[in-house]
Design a protein around this ligand. Structure first.
Ligand SMILES: C[C@@H](N)C(=O)N[C@H](C)C(=O)O
Ligand SMILES: [Zn+2]
Length: 226
């Protein structure tokens, strides 16, 4: 149970944490509210943050930095899944984690639909640091495993119900699903790469840049313990 805060509302009426002082307050009240750096949590993972480059569905750079943050309990569950995958000679390649709410608004206003992108009246699970977009790589070759579609492909090939793919890709999708479900994540039926962590419904929606979060976390750690 989170204490209640008088949060400002977005133009779509959703309460958002859009100020670092509020972020620091909610982290002090409950350390699970911290958005942690996945490059520190998974030093041997691969990263391809397409929203920090132009090779994404909007064809332009949307994040100033290629950061991937996750709410702490989700990050620790991912670390467990990564350990389990390691035993199978596999690793995770992360595309995206926490996404500032302003980017969800931009996705909605430019893309229009609310299946491929989240409805800003509800916010995305990514805005809560509780969703991750990822695929798998082979630790021997360092190469990505094949999957039934490309990342962020908005076609039926991205659906979990799509079975017309080659059998290797279907197996890879099933391995990812099994390992993510084992640690408390659930699928998003229309995107094989997207997983939501249990309890996302009761988490804060953040609208802070990755840079602001990094700075706030650093400050929080340098503050002497009381
Ligand atoms: C844009 C796509 N990668 C995505 O994240 N979609 C879900 C529905 C979201 O916006 O939360
Ligand atoms: Zn996603």
């Amino acid at each position: 149970q989170q204490p209640t805060y008088d949060l400002p509302k977005s133009k779509y009426g959703l309460p958002v944490v859009n100020d670092v002082t509020i972020y620091q307050k909610i982290v002090a009240a409950n350390p699970d509210n911290e958005l942690v750096d996945m490059r520190q949590i998974l030093p041997d993972a691969q990263f391809d943050v397409t929203y920090a480059h132009t090779n994404n569905f909007l064809k332009r750079k949307l994040y100033p930095t290629a950061d991937v943050f996750m709410r702490k309990p989700a990050a620790l569950a991912i670390r467990q899944a990564h350990e389990n995958l390691k035993k199978q000679g596999l690793g995770m390649l992360l595309f995206d984690g926490y996404r500032p709410y302003a980017i969800t608004v931009l996705f909605y206003e430019e893309h229009g639909d609310t299946t491929f992108v989240a409805d800003p009246r509800k916010g995305s699970r990514h805005n809560r640091g509780m969703a991750i977009d990822l695929t798998l790589f082979d630790r021997k070759t360092g190469k990505r495993l094949s999957m039934p579609s490309n990342y962020d492909e908005s076609t039926p090939r991205a659906f979990h119900t799509y079975m017309q793919s080659d059998s290797a890709s279907l197996t890879h999708r099933a391995i990812l699903k099994a390992e993510m479900e084992r640690v408390g994540f659930s699928i998003f039926p229309w995107e094989w790469w997207h997983y939501d962590f249990q309890g996302w419904e009761s988490c804060f929606t953040y609208d802070l840049s990755h840079k602001a979060i990094r700075q706030a976390n650093k400050k929080g750690k340098s503050r002497p313990a009381k």
